[in-house]
Design a protein around this ligand. Sequence first.
Ligand code: ADP
Ligand code: MG
Length: 144
Amino acid sequence: MKETLIETFSPEETFEVGRKIGEKAYGGMVVTLTGDLGAGKTVFTKGLAAGLGITELVNSPTFTILQIYEGGRYPFYHFDVYRIGDISEMEEIGYEDCFYGEGVCLVEWADLIEEILPEHFLHVTISTDMERGFYYRTIRLEEK
Ligand code: ADP
Ligand code: MG
């Protein structure tokens, strides 16, 4: 398992980390994203979408589990499974066509659907450390 730790000191830097991953993303890639409220998950996701060439505004999919963005180099499937009741809801959405399709998936709160995650994915964890300052974040990238 490969692991990389990146420190950022502004939202722009976190956006850039996401953008670089989006630029190197490939069809069928699954990224899982973990971090407390306000950690910077949406900032990171916007960066990743920009790296995919998506110009549409990307936001947290608060009221829908899945938001689909076309128009980039790959379709971008943005899942937020925070409000999911059980796995059958993922099946109703047709998650398999996304996870095992030609697009790029990003899943927030992926620990809630651990049993259906694919064999390999990139796990991203964003953490704050208030002792290091208001704008400090660590971004852990784990290839699983
Ligand atoms: P989440 O989606 O994880 O709830 P957001 O991305 O919506 O969080 O918000 C993160 C907030 O933290 C934004 O207001 C952003 O400006 C701020 N912020 C401060 N420093 C950073 C940093 N280094 N990386 C990302 N966001 C940061
Ligand atoms: Mg968010």
